[in-house]
Ligand binder design. Structure first.
Ligand code: DGT
Ligand code: CA
Ligand code: CA
Ligand code: ZN
Length: 583
C-alpha cells in the first residue's frame, strides 16, 4: 500500500506532537514538524523525488527523515511511528491541540489521571478532577472545558483575507487610546501566511489597564479567555481568537521579534545569540556563563527596535515574510538578503474583469479606479466564450470591447493606457477557447484553468503546457486554481510547467486575491529561480478588490521575489515592447 505526500506529512506532524508530549528535545520535534510542512507544500510526488535520489536535497529533509520517507513509500508504514504510538497514546495529540492545554498538560493528565482522549478529558473536567492537579485550578479547568467546546465549533484556520482586516480594526481602535505608544500585528499575519491560527497583537504602553479593559469589552467579543495586565485573549463572534500583549517600549524590539515568529526562525535566532554568549527571549538579550546560565548581575541588552536585535547579533534585518527558516538566517549572516518587492514598485495591473463578463464596473470606471490607485497602465481581461456562468465574451463582443477600449483610451489621456486582453479558458480537452487569428489581435492573452480541475496530473499538465506553448498566450492566470481554504490546487507537474514557462517566456501569475494567492510562495520562488517572469495582479471584479494587491505583494515577498522578477513594475514602454516582440 502506498502513501500520498499528504499522508506522509500527517504522520510526521503526529510524530512531532508525540515527541513533544514525551518531552524530547525541541530540535528533534522541529525536525519532524518542518519535514511535515515541506512535504505538505511540495509540488511533486515524493515517489518521483525518491526515485531520483533527491529527497535529501529538499529543505528540512536530512538522511534520517529521508530514510523514513522511503520506508513509508515502500511499506506504507513507519515503524518509528508505530512504536511511538505504543508509548504515547494517539488521543493525546488531539488533547494537546485544545486551547489552554499544550504538550506539558497533556502529559500531566495522562500520567496523573490516565486520560488519553478528548472525551475522557471532558468527563474529568466536568467531574472537577483536573482542578486539584499541580499547576491547575478551577479557572484553568473551566478554560479547558471552554477549549473543548471551541474545538467542536472550530472550522480550522482563518484565511488571511478575513483575519488581517479584523486584526487591523482592533489594533486601530486600541491605538486610538492615549495610553498606546506603539502597536503592531505580530504572529502569522505579520509573516503573511495564507491562513491564520490566531491573531497576535502587540502594544507598547506604560499603562496597560485601560488598553486591556477596552480590549475585553469590545462589542464583537464572544467570550473572554484571559484578562491580565500583560496578556489578554478573547474569542470574537466570528470564532477568531485574538491575543493582545502589552509591554513597555524599552523591550519592544525583542518582544515584536519573538511574537512574530516563526517558531523555527526564533529557535535559530536563540542559537545564534547563544553562540555569542547571549540568551535571547522576548524581554532582552542576557549574557550567559559557560553553562549557558544567565549571569544575574551582568547588564542585559534591551532592544527597543527589531533592527537592534538583528544588529546586535551581527545579522542583516530580516523582513517578517522571510522568517520561516528557509535560508533567511544564512542570507542575513552573509548580508545577502534580497531587496523584496513592495507595493510602491507596482505600476500596473494585468488581470481584471468588467461588466462585459462578470465584473461590476465599466471599462472607463475600472480605468479611473486604477489610475486613482497610482497605476500607469492596465489590461482588461474578461472571460472567454465557453465560460457561460461568468458571461464569457463571444468573438463579436470581444471585438466590440476592443473598440470601446480604444475610445476610453482617448478619453483617459496620455499618462494612462488600457491594453486589450482576455482571460481565456483552457478547455477540458486542452484546447484554447479562441482561435489564433483572434488571439493575435489582442494585446495580451491570459490562459486560465476554470473547469475540470479534478483531472489527473498528466491531463492537467498537458493543458497548462498547451497554453504555455501557444505563442499568443502571454500569461497563465492563477496557475494552480486553488481556493483558500477549501479547494485544493490542481495536480500538475510544476517542474514541467515552470521549465516550459521559462523556455517560452510566458509569465506565471501571482494572483493577489487572498482566496487564491496563486502561485503560492514556494512555487513562485522556484519559478523565479528558474528565470520565469512573474506578474502580481488583482483579478478584480469590483473596485474594492483592486486594493487586494497588498496580499499579492506579501505572498510574493514570502517567495523571495524582487522587483526585477515582476512584469508589472515595468514602464509602459517596456511592457509594450515586450508584448510586441516576445515572439
Ligand atoms: P498561527 O497562530 O498558528 O497562525 O501561527 P503563529 O506563528 O502566529 O503562532 P502563535 O500564535 O502560536 O505564536 C505567535 C508567535 O510567538 C510564534 O510565531 C512564535 C512565538 N512563539 C509562540 N510559542 C512559542 C514557543 O513555544 N517557542 C518559540 N520559540 N516561539 C513561540
Ligand atoms: Ca498567531
Ligand atoms: Ca497566539
Ligand atoms: Zn480566472
Amino acid at each position: 500500500m502506498s502513501l500520498t505526500n499528504r499522508e506522509i506529512a500527517d504522520i510526521f506532524a503526529r510524530c512531532a506532537d508525540m515527541l513533544q508530549i514525551r518531552g524530547d528535545n525541541i530540535h528533534r520535534v522541529l525536525s519532524y514538524r518542518r519535514a511535515s510542512e515541506t512535504i505538505r507544500d511540495l509540488a511533486r510526488d515524493l515517489r518521483a523525488i525518491s526515485a531520483e535520489g533527491g529527497l535529501t536535497d529538499l529543505p528540512s529533509i536530512g538522511k534520517t527523515i529521508a530514510a523514513k520517507i522511503d520506508e513509508m513509500l515502500e511499506t506504507g508504514e513507519l515503524d518509528f511511528y508505530n512504536r511511538l504510538k505504543e508509548e504515547v497514546p494517539e488521543g493525546l495529540v488531539d488533547i494537546m491541540h485544545i486551547n489552554g492545554v499544550g504538550p506539558k498538560k497533556a502529559k500531566l493528565f495522562w500520567e496523573q489521571l490516565d486520560i488519553t482522549s478528548v472525551e475522557g478529558l471532558q468527563k474529568a473536567a466536568e467531574e472537577c478532577k483536573l482542578a486539584d492537579l499541580s499547576g491547575m485550578g478551577k479557572k484553568s479547568q473551566q478554560k479547558i472545558l471552554d477549549g473543548i467546546e471551541a474545538l467542536s465549533r472550530q472550522t480550522g484556520r482563518t484565511p488571511i483575507g478575513d483575519a488581517k482586516p479584523a486584526a487591523q480594526a482592533i489594533l486601530d481602535m486600541l491605538m486610538n487610546l492615549p495610553e498606546a505608544i506603539e502597536g503592531e500585528i505580530a504572529g502569522s499575519i505579520r509573516r503573511g501566511r495564507e491562513t491564520i491560527g490566531d491573531v497576535d497583537l502587540l502594544i507598547a504602553s506604560d499603562n496597560t489597564e485601560p488598553i486591556m479593559d477596552t480590549f475585553v469589552n469590545m462589542e464583537n467579543v464572544a467570550r473572554v479567555l484571559g484578562h491580565g495586565p500583560t496578556k489578554s485573549s478573547v474569542e470574537l463572534l466570528s470564532g477568531l481568537q485574538v491575543d493582545v500583549r502589552v509591554l513597555e517600549k524599552a523591550r519592544w524590539g525583542t518582544a515584536l521579534n519573538y511574537f512574530t515568529g516563526s517558531q523555527a526562525h526564533n529557535v535559530r535566532m536563540r542559537q545564534i545569540a547563544l553562540d555569542q554568549g547571549l540568551s535571547l527571549n522576548e524581554h532582552a538579550l542576557s549574557p550567559v556563563d559557560d553553562g549557558k546560565n544567565i549571569i544575574e548581575d551582568a547588564e542585559k541588552i534591551y532592544c527597543d527596535t527589531e533592527e537592534k536585535v538583528y544588529e546586535t547579533l551581527g545579522l542583516q534585518y530580516v523582513p517578517p515574510e522571510l522568517r520561516e527558516d528557509n535560508g533567511e538566517i544564512e542570507a542575513a549572516r552573509d548580508k545577502s538578503l534580497p531587496t523584496l518587492i513592495t507595493r510602491a514598485d507596482i505600476i500596473a495591473d494585468l488581470h481584471m474583469h468588467t461588466t462585459y463578463s462578470d465584473g461590476k464596473l465599466s471599462i472607463q470606471e475600472m480605468a479611473e479606479a486604477c489610475k486613482k490607485r497610482g497605476h500607469q497602465y492596465i489590461v482588461i481581461t474578461d472571460h472567454s466564450r465557453s465560460l457561460g456562468i461568468a458571461n464569457g465574451l463571444s468573438i463579436e463582443r470581444l471585438m466590440e470591447q476592443m473598440e470601446e477600449i480604444q475610445q476610453v483610451n482617448e478619453a483617459m489621456g496620455d499618462d494612462f493606457h488600457i491594453f486589450a486582453g482576455t482571460e481565456m479558458d483552457i478547455k477540458a480537452d486542452g484546447t484554447l477557447d479562441y482561435p489564433d487569428e483572434i488571439l493575435e489581435k489582442l494585446d495580451f492573452v491570459i490562459g486560465s484553468l476554470h473547469v475540470s480541475l479534478q483531472q489527473k496530473r498528466d491531463q492537467i499538465t498537458e493543458r497548462l503546457l498547451n497554453a504555455i506553448n501557444n505563442p499568443n498566450v502571454d500569461m497563465i492566470g492563477h496557475p494552480s486554481s486553488r481556493l483558500i481554504p477549501n479547494r485544493e490546487p490542481v495536480d500538475a507537474d510544476w517542474d514541467a510547467v515552470i521549465n516550459a514557462a521559462a523556455e517560452t517566456n510566458t509569465i506565471l501569475e501571482i494572483n493577489a486575491n487572498p482566496m487564491r494567492l496563486d502561485l503560492k510562495p514556494e512555487l513562485a520562488r522556484l519559478a523565479k529561480d528558474s528565470g520565469v517572469l512573474l506578474a502580481i495582479n488583482t483579478d478584480a471584479h469590483a473596485e474594492d478588490q483592486l486594493d487586494l494587491m497588498s496580499f499579492g505583494i506579501t505572498n510574493a515577498r514570502r517567495g523571495w521575489i524582487e522587483p526585477k522578477h515582476v512584469v508589472n513594475t515595468w514602464s509602459v514602454e517596456k511592457f509594450r515592447d515586450w508584448i510586441q516582440n516576445r515572439g
